[in-house]
Design a protein around this ligand. Structure first.
Ligand SMILES: O=C(O)[C@@H](O)C(=O)CO
Ligand SMILES: [Mg+2]
Length: 255
């Protein structure tokens, strides 16, 4: 069975962010991921992670003003300077926390807008190089438009084509099974064909984004498939627990 990372943005929300690390470790997780560590000094997050005996699986680059609806800066031509600064910030946090992967969000923009396309392509190449110098991998994630209306990167084939086209060794796909099923379906075949490009996997049941085993797919069959395909990275548990997080971890005991 795959190794699982607790997503501390969605799980353990009963507790303050920094308290979630030790609680996740106590619940049996060996690794964590989350969207953003930037509300806290990098050293504090690094220390909290180490004290809990956890590995970092991944976190995101800064994504603009989340509260105002921004979902990344990479495809926004008018935000280029701020975007490049955000890459520096992420690399600083990445080095301090020791993350092997950073996820860069694209932003809200039309995917057929020529300026957005060129800006995004340039941003992906620039960031892959910048994080690569710090020994970090970069992932990009297609996100479904029901959860994130207007999100620029809303197609798995387009993401895969860009990764292959740019050809950076440290640039990979974040394959979120939840988004894949909502957007396109055909999860098992897509995992198989895209496996050489996949840098990180995330799971939640569809359609409610809850615990694995509570939705329309056979999530346990998907875990077996990941094993059979040789996926050895973490599977991020990016789901919203239906109730209390620890009580909802019974799905893990089935494995
Ligand atoms: O799937 C998601 O929503 C996340 O992985 C993310 O990075 C942006 O919200
Ligand atoms: Mg995701």
């Amino acid at each position: 069975m795959p190794r699982f990372a607790a997503n501390l943005t969605m799980m353990f929300n009963e507790n303050d962010f920094l308290d979630r690390f030790a609680i996740a470790a106590h619940a049996g997780f060996k690794a964590v991921e989350y969207l953003f560590p930037y509300d806290f000094p990098a050293e504090t997050v690094a220390e909290t992670l180490a004290n809990a005996g956890l590995e970092q699986a991944l976190f995101n680059l800064p994504a603009g003003d989340w509260g105002k609806g921004e979902r990344g800066l990479a495809a926004l031509p008018e935000r280029r300077t701020e975007f490049r600064q955000s890459v520096k910030t992420a690399v600083g946090y990445g080095r301090a926390i020791g993350t092997p992967l950073l996820h860069m969000m694209a932003g809200i923009a039309r995917h057929d807008d020529k300026a957005a396309m060129a800006t995004y392509r340039d941003a992906v190449a620039f960031t892959a190089d910048a994080v690569g110098e710090a020994g970090i991998g970069l992932v990009i994630e297609p996100i479904n438009g029901r959860d994130m209306p207007g999100y620029f990167l809303n197609d798995f084939e387009r993401a895969a084509d860009l990764i292959m086209d740019l050809g950076h060794a440290n640039l990979k796909l974040q394959f979120d099974i939840y988004h894949r099923q909502v957007m396109h379906g055909d999860v098992l075949t897509a995992l198989e064909t895209m496996m050489p490009l996949i840098g990180h996997v995330q799971i939640a049941s569809v359609p409610k984004r809850h615990e694995p085993g509570t939705g329309e797919l056979d999530d346990f069959r998907i875990f077996e498939h990941l094993d059979a395909l040789g996926y050895r990275g973490y599977v991020g548990c990016e789901y919203r627990p239906r109730g209390e997080t620890v009580a909802g971890l019974t799905w893990m005991k089935r494995l």
